[in-house]
Design a protein around this ligand. Structure first.
Ligand SMILES: *Cc1c(COP(=O)(O)O)cnc(C)c1O
Length: 404
């Protein structure tokens, strides 16, 4: 594996057209500036890049496989389907790529304490993991609703040495956890690094997280080249805040022949209020330090969101996705709970892979589009994570009662 190219985009302004920016209290502005400068320095520092590379290889188990899904391809009868297997990474998802990068930057900035927000607990677990590895203090903010729903992940974070703070403000979910983490950071910028979970928030987070996740498309491009000598015709990934998707797209954005598709969580349907399809249903706004697209009411109050998939129910999307959507470079499609669950069963039965319910939103889109494409065309679909965590809740969704 070659080193991660952290210089994908000359644009380091933190703006993606009108989106992005830094909408944040003064106290954090200085710290974000320090972080942006540090990142700009270290991303070109050979020692930093070697350390990052070694961690990705030796700790995270990269490169991840680019797997030819021959059975799915035959069954669907159209485009050739390749799966980028982020589910095979240490900790079972793409999130490790990002936390390794941010924790390494934190270490080089002299920080000794990592804080993070988490919804279902996946980013919290990833942050706790890397904090344990680096011997850093770790505190995770998690909505009280979520700590009650995800007791196993709370225990897992504690096992890894992190302290979990149940957040009781607002609706006690992910967006409130982010607010609480930002508040904590305001009080303790000196020794603390806020490790952001997706390609969201104020600059430089969307840029850094995109760069750290871009290893996904850097590898997939080289791997597909080696296997077929071609570029894919389409890249598909699921979108919550958008980190695995932007990492899956990054090295193809300048290849106009490659269609980029983000699968959003439509929940009970894009047209219903039980949805998390931000690009299709949302509007421009400012929240969590960035200008982007959000699910909000007319006065700019953030709406509650819903999806069967805990990792996709964020009421916004990273600013680069808002820009890719606005300019038409990428398309965003809503996939319902029912479609994602059907894909969860389909990929298990055809390929013998239990994929995360988040990732199955992307798989569901592949099921729809592949039969309409020619047999010489190629789709690369990112499997962002493994699905062991989802088995019990999918069983319940299907009306099967299992003792956990
Ligand atoms: C967190 C998570 C997601 C959603 O986050 P993005 O930032 O949109 O990638 C998707 N899949 C899995 C497996 C996750 O853990």
């Amino acid at each position: 594996m070659t080193e991660t190219n952290l210089n994908l985009n000359e644009n380091t302004s933190g703006r993606y057209g009108e989106y992005g920016g830094q909408y944040i209290p003064e106290t954090l502005m200085n710290e974000l500036d320090r972080m942006a400068k540090a990142y700009d320095h270290y991303k070109n520092d050979p020692e930093f890049k070697t350390e990052l590379h070694d961690l990705l290889v030796d700790y995270a188990n990269r490169p991840s496989l680019l797997y030819y899904a021959e059975r799915m391809t035959k069954d669907l009868g159209g485009a050739q389907i390749y799966l980028k297997r982020e589910d095979l990474n240490h900790t079972g998802a793409h999130k490790i790529n990002n936390v390794i990068g941010q924790a390494l930057l934190a270490k080089h900035m002299g920080k000794t304490r990592l804080i993070a927000e988490t919804g279902a607990g996946q980013h919290g677990v990833a942050t706790a993991t890397i904090a344990a590895y680096f011997g850093m203090e770790c505190e995770v903010f998690m909505g009280k609703e979520d700590t009650d729903r995800q007791k196993l992940n709370v225990y897992r974070m504690e096992l890894l040495g992190a302290k979990v703070h149940p957040v009781t403000s607002g609706s006690m979910v992910l967006k409130d956890a982010i607010n609480a983490a930002l508040q904590d950071w305001t009080k303790r910028v000196d020794d603390t690094f806020y490790c952001m979970g997706s390609a969201t928030g104020p600059h430089p987070y969307p840029l850094m997280v995109r760069d750290f996740q871009s290893i996904i498309s850097q590898e997939s491009k080289a791997q597909l080249q080696e296997k077929t000598g071609q570029l894919p015709d389409m890249v598909v990934a699921c979108v919550g805040g958008g980190s695995n998707a932007i990492g899956s797209f990054a090295n193809y954005i300048d290849d106009p022949s490659v269609q980029l598709v983000g699968a959003e969580a439509a929940g009970k349907g894009v047209e219903t209020n039980l949805t998390a399809a931000t690009v299709e249903r949302g509007s421009d706004g400012i929240f969590h330090g960035m200008k982007s697209m959000f699910l909000q009411n007319k006065t700019g109050q953030i709406n509650p969101v819903y999806s069967i998939s805990a990792g996709l129910d964020y009421p916004g999307v990273g600013p680069e996705h808002a820009y890719l959507a606005k300019t038409g470079r990428a398309q965003y499609v809503g996939i319902t709970d029912d479609e994602a669950v059907a894909a969860f069963e389909y990929i298990a039965k055809t390929e013998g892979i239990v994929a995360a319910i988040e990732s199955c939103h992307a798989v569901a889109y592949v099921q729809k589009i592949a039969p309409k494409m020619r047999k010489d065309q190629i789709i690369v679909c990112t499997l962002s994570g493994r699905g062991d965590k989802d088995v019990a809740s999918i069983a319940k969704y299907k009306g099967v009662d299992i003792d956990e």
